[in-house]
Structures are given as structure tokens and as C-alpha cells.
Design a protein around this ligand. Structure first.
Ligand code: NAI
Length: 783
């Protein structure tokens, strides 16, 4: 028996397009601009034009940003409840017009109606409902924060409306106003959304929709009136945006590519795993950033699993996306088909085995690609490392769980992973070892507004959804209170360490690497003079090699990340205790270096700050979410990894402790560059550290030029994050710019200083968010 055709009617969608004479302008300040300089939006399933869409100009972007800026105070003044009502109305209207949206999305994108109807639309509506709730609760739950301001949002074509919801809902909830750009292939549902914004009573200027290609994206990115950018798309463009925004003070979140592993252990329910794989790689034709595109199968079941998989592939139905019984629709554009074809052919030339169902017929018109399984690729082959963004699965095997983890992490990306095993103990042991922002256990491609989504490594940074997603659209109030950073000149001079006066060697503080004092590689040191000009000591002049050694030592100290939080707290308390014993000595040093009149205050505040983060170490817990699924999603706060920290000059002891302690508390390993002008409070800490049970390599200290050492840290591929808070605006910009190469996280203070005595201004609890990244582990129950 075969399936009969079950086409969905396009009548309503066509009527909507006709009503607009199939020509669309931009939606700015709740009004349509006349269509001009238009380009075609086509249906990829048949190549026919659907409508003409406007290529926005830079003056259009100016107008959109101005409208958003004008609207922002009023949108905030509406209050959380006011915004919640508007967002609730949007959610209701999305539901009311769900079928129209779903059909329009299918026409414009080529994805099947089954998916737009059952996944994209319900999830988009849920996003607005959930975030209406955050708007309502904002004053209670985020009392110490304000909206960032005007946000620019740029999305790709693979989930046009859903990505819109992911971007616009949290931004609106927090009180921001928006300039939103859909992808050039798929603008239509965003334009329909603009229309329902008016119906829902969204005030003019709160949501502005501008269409066009990458040049429009660039204009948004570079616009000085934008306070925050949220981007989803290719890693390549993400990198460009990171560079373009470096030093601009714009807040940034990037959700980029992936090459996510789908791991099948020998004890998995293989039939269920095959179904999971269908959802993982053939959902949306594989044009999914978190698609399970790398299949890792345990060797003992490899051939059995492939046999089942090929049989299932033979049954996948490819054809008109409007037909409700189709599994696979059209690719978004012939450009993508060409790209995917090229990648598969290069794998064939490299000797890989390519399987495509024989009976899979491609429709004559449009942009199509059959489900494809590639075996026989080496782990480093292009096809195993490049994001294909199509219905192409690359499979390889592993022997042990350890090898599975190693292969899973053998990628520059870190967006998602699937683990299939009937052993909950095995699955929950493997999940935290995988460097990815989302892990699905015995399920795939689950999303929910309550659960954060986002990547590790070159998959970007920041989260969408959940509480953590809200923080991306808010600024701590304490940042507004910060003063300009005082300019503190380093007073020392660089000279050779050896061969100086006989006393110089004794008075040269070395570096602290791997738990040991180490001579600087270059054998240079710099003299540190006191407040009244007298020579105090020399400190080592660290260079690139010293940073490399420190980073290596930090990586070796991976045990610190695995230590229990109780244990980490104890070590921090112990450091505080040992510092307290030497409080007078540290106070004398501070007075001599900085001329401080009340150095004891800084020492005591440093001790208290150590207590503060020790207290948090075992309390900064994750969350358990209950999304609409029979199961639980566990959001874990994981350490970021190795963090390079450039410490401030003002309050050299307290500033150092305020940044280093929270990083250590959450299990990060640190390479710290102490105050360039006043490094001796940090070098004096070596002995305190030696007696405090901190494992060697967990904290490494390299003294020297802040600019030089920051550059090395920011361009080091194995450093996961760099923080710079020494008040150097140019230095902070440089850190952001250099971080683009490996897309490491950055947290910079720019030209703002802080009152380091004030816990909130020093960062308080918010620092812990910079020191961690959330991993959401989805665990469904039931058989
Ligand atoms: P893309 O990254 O070029 O485009 C995404 C969005 O960014 C679009 O709205 C585009 O107009 C805009 N854009 C392009 N250049 C820009 C610039 N310089 N500044 C600001 N905005 C800019 O992605 P594209 O070309 O659509 O797809 C290429 C490849 O990227 C895909 O084959 C896939 O591998 C990957 N990709 C990954 C996605 C993900 O969700 N991770 C989504 C889309 C694409």
C-alpha cells in the first residue's frame, strides 16, 4: 500500500501575498516603507517566485535604529506587566494564524509542512508565552538589571520564524527595542509577523523588521546606535561580527555552526536510536546547526546498526514539502545544493562509501538532495570536520566510552550531542565530558523556551532561552555606577635580571607556573618602584613562552575542574586564612607600592572576597527544568576552562582576588596577569598559595606588560576565555578583536573602573556567569 498525496492548501498564504501585491517594503516604526530595490524570494520546491522583498539601505537602518531608540524608554515605562500583556497577545496571534504562518514558511523555505506545523509554530508561540512570563517577573527576578537598549538581531534561513521568536521574545521581555533582519532567502514569515505586531498592540518602533542580504547585516552590526547584537548563522560571519564589534562596547551573543556527535553505545535501543537519528540529521533536510551529523557507533554493533539505518533511509519520503506525508522537503536554495553536492563528491574522491536510497526520486524542479550516509571517512577528513548543513550523515566507530568522548570532542565546534544508551549511569557519566552546550540522552533535537540553547568553542557564546538567555539582553545596574578607570602608569623599567647588583636576584619575584616559581623565559625583569619612588623589587618580565607554559600547566591541572565544589570552597577559605595570617605584611606592601593610607582595609576586603566566592563555590547550582516533555532537563553550570585574566591596577590585591577567586571557585584554571604597575601583592601570594592546598597549575601568575601578555592570551587557541579589567579601552578592544580567531569568550571592562570594595560593582554574583557556561542535558523518561 502506498501513501496518497495529502497536500496542504496554500490558498490563505497566496491571498496574503496577493493582498501585498507580492511586493514588500520594510517595517519601521509600525509602518511599511514603499518597496524599492527589491529582490525575489522564491519557493525552493519549484523555483517559482513568491514575492519581491526590499534590500534595505543604510539610511533605512538609520531610521529603524532611530525609531527603536525613540521607542525604548516608553517600552520600559510600560512595565513588566504591560510588556507581558503585549507579548501574550503576540503568542495568541501566532497560534491563531498558525496555519498561515506554517504554510508561508514551507513555501518560502522548502521545509515540510509537518515540521512547520508541528515544530516551528508551536515552539515559536511557546517562546512568546514563556517570555511574557519573564517580562511579568522581571522586577522581582532581575531587580539588579536593566534592558540593554536597542538590539540588532540577524538570523539565518533554516528556522526563519522560530529564530525570530528566539531573538525577539527575550529582547522584548527585558525592555529592549529591536531592529531585526531575517535571512535574504526567507523574509516572508518575518514580514507577516510585523503585521501581527500591529494587531497585538506592540508600540511603534519596538519591533522593526528590515530585509536584505549580508550588507544589511553589516550595516546593523556597525551602526553606532546598536547596544547589543544577537547573531545566528555561520561561524565565518560570526567571526567577522566579533572583529567588527571589538572595542565598540556592544554586547554580543553568537549562535554559530556545529558538527554534533550522535553516539550510539552497544546497549542502546537500536530501533529507537535509528528514529532519533532520523530526527537528528534528516529533520529540516539537515539544515540544522545542532544536527547530529557525525554518527559514532560502538564497534560491536556497527554493521547491525548501519543495516537498520539503511533500511530506514530507504523508507524516507522526499517530495513536495506541502504534502503532509513527506519526511524530507527541499533545500533552501540551489546554492546550498551545489555546496552539499561538492562536499559529498569530494568525500567520494577520497574513497569514502556513499549510500543514498536507490528509490529516492528527485522532483524535476527545485532544490533537492537525497538522504546520504557516508562511511569509511577518517576522523580528520574534511567531510568529518566541515559543517555540511544538509541531509548528509558521516559515520565512524569507537570501541570504548573514553574513545567515544575523544571522538565526540574532536571538532572545533561544541553545540550539541546525542547519547544513546540504556545505561543511565553510562549516559550521565559521558554527558558532562562532552564539550557542548546541549546534550540529549536517548532523544534528539528537543528545544524549549525554558531551556537555554547555545554553544561551546567555535559554536559561539551566549544562550537563548531560559534564565540565562534573559541575561543576554540585560545589563547589571552596577555597571552604570562605575567610574572612569583611573590612569595608572607603570613606574618600573625593564632590564636584565642577571648581572645586576648582587641584591637584585634576591629581590626578583619570579613567575608562578604549575605550582612552582619559575624564572621568566627571557631572563628580563622590571623594577617596581614604590609610591615615593624608592625601589621595591624586580618582577619577572613574562613573554609569549611563559604564557604558553602557563597555559600548558593550566590544562594539565584538569583535576581542579573535577574537584568537588566543597573541596574548591575549602581551598579558597584556606587561602583566605593564610592571607589573614600575613595581613600586616600585605598591608605594608600595599602601602609601600601604592601609598594607600588604609591598606588594611584592602587586605581585609580581599579576605572577605575570598570568603564570598568560597561561599558561592558549592551554591552556584544549576537548575532542573520541566519542559513540555516526559522527562527532565538538567542545566549544569560548567566551568569555561582555562581563563586568562588581566587584573586591574587600582586596588592591586583586591582587584586580583575579585577576579581570580570566582574563576577558581567554579573550577576554571587561571593564567593571571597581575597589575602591571603594582604586581607585588600578587607575587607575594605565591607563598600563601603554596600553603593552601591549591593544586599546581590551577592558578598561574605571569607578571609583565599587560598589553603584551593580554595579546598572547587572546590569540592563544587553548585559552577558553580572556577577562581584561585594567581600564585600558584600547587593550580591551584588542582582546576582543584577537579573540575572534578561536571565538573565545571575553569579558572586558573597557575604560570603566570599579569600586572594588563594593561587591556588586566588583562583579558579585554576576562574575560567576562569566566564569561558567550552561550545559543543558535532556533526559526523557519512560520506555
Ligand atoms: P550566513 O552566516 O552567511 O548568514 C546568516 C545571516 O547573516 C543572514 O541573515 C545573512 O544575511 C547575514 N549576514 C551575512 N553576512 C553578514 C555580515 N558580514 N554581517 C552581518 N550579517 C551578515 O549563512 P548562510 O550564507 O546563509 O549559510 C552558509 C553556511 O553557514 C551554511 O551552509 C551553514 O554551514 C552555515 N549556517 C549555519 C547556521 C546555524 O544555525 N548555525 C545557519 C545558517 C547557516
Amino acid at each position: 500500500m502506498d501513501y496518497g498525496p495529502a497536500p496542504e492548501s496554500t490558498k490563505e498564504a497566496q491571498a496574503w501575498l496577493d493582498q501585498h501585491e507580492r511586493r514588500f517594503g520594510l517595517f519601521i516604526d509600525n509602518a511599511w516603507t514603499p518597496a524599492s530595490d527589491t529582490f525575489a524570494s522564491t519557493n525552493p520546491a519549484d523555483g517559482k517566485e513568491l514575492a519581491q522583498v526590499t534590500q534595505a539601505t543604510s539610511s533605512d537602518i538609520d531610521r529603524a535604529v532611530e525609531a527603536a531608540r525613540r521607542a525604548q524608554p516608553g517600552w520600559v515605562a510600560l512595565g513588566g506587566h504591560g510588556r507581558a500583556r503585549v507579548m501574550y497577545a503576540l503568542a495568541r496571534l501566532l497560534q491563531k494564524h498558525a496555519r498561515l504562518f506554517a504554510v508561508l514558511e514551507t513555501l518560502d523555505n522548502g521545509k515540510t509542512i509537518r515540521e512547520t506545523r508541528d515544530a516551528d509554530l508551536p515552539l515559536a508561540a511557546r517562546h512568546f508565552y514563556h517570555h511574557a512570563g519573564w517580562a511579568q517577573l522581571q522586577s522581582e527576578e532581575f531587580a539588579d538589571y536593566r534592558a540593554v537598549g536597542v538590539v540588532g538581531q540577524i538570523v539565518p534561513w533554516n528556522f526563519p520564524l522560530l529564530m525570530l521568536a528566539w531573538k525577539i521574545a527575550p529582547a522584548m521581555a527585558a525592555g529592549n527595542t529591536i531592529v531585526f533582519k531575517p535571512a535574504e532567502f526567507t523574509s516572508l514569515t518575518a514580514l507577516l509577523f510585523a503585521e501581527i505586531c500591529k494587531q497585538a498592540g506592540v508600540p511603534a518602533g519596538v519591533v522593526n523588521i528590515v530585509t536584505g542580504d549580508g550588507r544589511v547585516g553589516e550595516a546593523i552590526v556597525n551602526h553606532p546606535g546598536i547596544d547589543k547584537l544577537a547573531f545566528t548563522g555561520s561561524t565565518e560571519v560570526g567571526r567577522i561580527i566579533r572583529q567588527a564589534t571589538a572595542g565598540s562596547g556592544k554586547k554580543l551573543s553568537l549562535e554559530l555552526g556545529g558538527k554534533s556527535p550522535f553516539i550510539v553505545f552497544e546497549d542502546a535501543d537500536l530501533d529507537a536510536a535509528v528514529e532519533g537519528l532520523v530526527d537528528s540529521i534528516w529533520f529540516n533536510q539537515g539544515q540544522v546547526c545542532c544536527a547530529g551529523s557525525r554518527l559514532l557507533v560502538q564497534e560491536s554493533i556497527e554493521q547491525r546498526f548501519y543495516t537498520k539505518l539503511r533500511a530506514r533511509m530507504d523508507n524516507l519520503r522526499l517530495g513536495s514539502p506541502l504534502d503532509k506525508s513527506m519526511d524530507i522537503g527541499a533545500l533552501v536554495d540551489p546554492v546550498q545544493r551545489q555546496r552539499i553536492h561538492g562536499l559529498v563528491e569530494s568525500a567520494r574522491l577520497e574513497g569514502c562509501t556513499i549510500y543514498q536510497p536507490a528509490a529516492c526520486e528527485m522532483p524535476a524542479d527545485g532544490s533537492w538532495f537525497p538522504p546520504t550516509l557516508i562511511t569509511g571517512a577518517s576522523t580528520s577528513a574534511g567531510i568529518a570536520q566541515t559543517e555540511i548543513f544538509g541531509p548528509v550523515l558521516v559515520a565512524m566507530s569507537f570501541r570504548t566510552p573514553g574513545e567515544a568522548v575523544q571522538l565526540a570532542n574532536n571538532t572545533v565546534y561544541g553545540l550539541a550531542a546525542c547519547i544513546w544508551s540504556e545505561s543511565i549511569s553510562l549516559a550521565l557519566d559521558v554527558a558532562p565530558q562532552i564539550k557542548a552546550g546541549v546534550v540529549w540522552i536517548n532523544t534528539a533535537n528537543q528545544f524549549d523556551a525554558a531551556c537555554g540553547f547555545g554553544g561551546y568553542k567555535e559554536s559561539g557564546f551566549g544562550r537563548e532561552g531560559g534564565r540565562e538567555g534573559m541575561y543576554e539582553y540585560m545589563t547589571p545596574l552596577s555597571e552604570d555606577a562605575r567610574p572612569s578607570a583611573p590612569v595608572v602608569e607603570a613606574k618600573g623599567s625593564v632590564k636584565m635580571a642577571e648581572g645586576d647588583s648582587p641584591f637584585a636576584i634576591d629581590r626578583t619575584a619570579k613567575l608562578y607556573i604549575g605550582g612552582k616559581q619559575a624564572r621568566p623565559d627571557g631572563a628580563y625583569s622590571r623594577a617596581i618602584n614604590g609610591a615615593n619612588g624608592q625601589f621595591l623589587a624586580d618582577v619577572g618580565e613574562g613573554n609569549r613562552k611563559d604564557i604558553r607554559n602557563a597555559v600548558e600547566a593550566a590544562h594539565k591541572a584538569s583535576g581542579w575542574a573535577k574537584a568537588t565544589s566543597h573541596n574548591r570552597a575549602q581551598v579558597l577559605y584556606y587561602i583566605a586564612e593564610n592571607l589573614a595570617i600575613r595581613a600586616d605584611e600585605f598591608a605594608a606592601r600595599l602601602a609601600a607600592m601604592t601609598g594607600s593610607k588604609d591598606p588594611q582595609r584592602e587586605v581585609q576586603a580581599s579576605i572577605e572576597r575570598l570568603f564570598y566566592y568560597a561561599a558561592w563555590a558549592d551554591k552556584y547550582d544549576g537548575l532542573a527544568h520541566q519542559p513540555p516533555m516526559h522527562g527532565i532537563t538538567v542545566a549544569l553550570n560548567e566551568p569555561v576552562g582555562v581563563i586568562g585574566i588581566i587584573c586591574p591596577n587600582e586596588n592591586p590585591l583586591l582587584g586580583f582576588i575579585s577576579l581570580v577567586a570566582p574563576a577558581l571557585a567554579l573550577g576554571n584554571r587561571v593564567v593571571a596577569v597581575p597589575s602591571e604597575a603594582f604586581p607585588l601583592s600578587a607575587t607575594d601570594l605565591y607563598q600563601v598559595l603554596d600553603t593552601s592546598d591549591l593544586p599546581g597549575g590551577a592558578l598561574n601568575i605571569v607578571t609583565g606588560s599587560a598589553d603584551e601578555l593580554a595579546k598572547t592570551l587572546a590569540s592563544h587557541a587553548d585559552v577558553d576565555a580572556v577577562w581584561r579589567h585594567d581600564g585600558s579601552a584600547a587593550g580591551c578592544a584588542e582582546v576582543e578583536r584577537l579573540s575572534a580567531a578561536s571565538l573565545k569568550r571575553t569579558w572586558v571592562g573597557g575604560a570603566k573602573g570599579r569600586d572594588w570594595f563594593d561587591t556588586k560593582q566588583a562583579g558579585g554574583r554576576a562574575v560567576l556567569a562569566h566564569a561558567s557556561q550552561v550545559k543543558n542535558i535532556w533526559i526523557p523518561y519512560g520506555v
